[in-house]
Design a protein around this ligand. Structure first.
Ligand SMILES: [Zn+2]
Length: 274
């Protein structure tokens, strides 16, 4: 299965020669290329190995010599290179994957609407290890309060329609790390400002959870609204209510805040089609 996946990716997306070959990082004189490290990490996720140590332990397999063209980097090297990897080249590779899928008509819409979901995710938490980018929270426990360090990022996920009998494709287009001292909505605004420029036609509807609902997320809404207005699109809004029903307003021409007054549990924004 892994070999088929690699074969498909090489053929359709030119994974090694085009996508991954462009990756760079901040090491001044790298002995092991960024592409080698990325190729190893990609298989780690595909094979669901779970950790860099598990990956290192599989290093004796002949597969690696064939796939990487050199021995497997150590777990320390893998971690070090990823911490210095240039996010811009990664984003560009995702954009190329998106472009390829779009050209191949592999991103069908959902009953006429292209959907994107914006949401925050925590990748890991620790009581001991932390870095300058860590967020902190106080955990109240029996032995007393303690500080926990964690990272959260806001991801924008494209969700396609599903042909009958098949799962919809879920393609993460971009993500942004939440910085210390800011809330998730502020991170989402930064993410959307970048995504809306890079993917101007990728989605018509943005779905978000209650955190982004009207009162707290005027800034988030304004970002989308301003962009879609400047691209001369009609703007509408749909608010998802409890029990699964949703209210959809027609495209607005007045300030959007007025339409957001009916507190739902989650808010979605969409761009009306002409
Ligand atoms: Zn950290």
């Amino acid at each position: 299965m892994l070999r088929r996946l690699i074969g498909y990716s090489q053929k359709v997306f030119r994974l090694s020669t085009r996508l991954i070959a462009s990756f760079t990082d901040r090491r001044p004189e790298p002995r092991i290329s960024t592409a080698t490290v990325a190729k190893a990490a990609m298989v780690m996720f595909w094979a669901r190995m779970g950790s860099l140590n598990a990956l290192e332990m599989s290093g004796a397999s002949r597969f690696w010599k064939h796939w990487l063209g050199q021995p497997m980097p150590s777990a320390d090297t893998m971690g070090n290179v990823h911490s210095k990897m240039d996010a811009g080249t990664l984003r560009e590779a995702i954009h190329q994957v998106y472009g390829g899928l779009k050209r191949n008509k592999a991103l069908p819409d959902n009953r006429g609407i292209s959907l994107a979901i914006v949401d925050g995710h925590e990748s890991h938490a620790s009581d001991l290890r932390h870095c300058a980018g860590c967020l902190e929270r106080t955990i109240h426990g029996r032995p007393g309060d303690r500080i926990q360090y964690y990272h959260r990022q806001v991801t924008l996920l494209l969700v396609t329609g599903a042909p009958s009998g098949r799962q919809p494709l879920r393609l993460p287009l971009d993500q942004e790390a939440q910085r210390p001292g800011e809330d998730e909505v502020a991170t989402a605004v930064r993410l959307l400002e970048r995504v809306l420029v890079r993917y101007p036609r990728a989605f018509d509807l943005v779905l978000a959870d209650g955190l982004y609902a009207p009162a707290s997320s005027t800034s988030c809404w304004n970002t989308i609204n301003t962009y879609w207005r400047s691209s001369k699109m009609n703007v509408g809004i749909s608010i998802k209510m409890p029990l699964g029903c949703s209210i959809r307003f027609p495209p607005f021409r007045e300030p959007i805040e007025r339409g957001l007054a009916s507190g739902g549990t989650s808010a979605t924004w969409f761009r009306g089609r002409r």
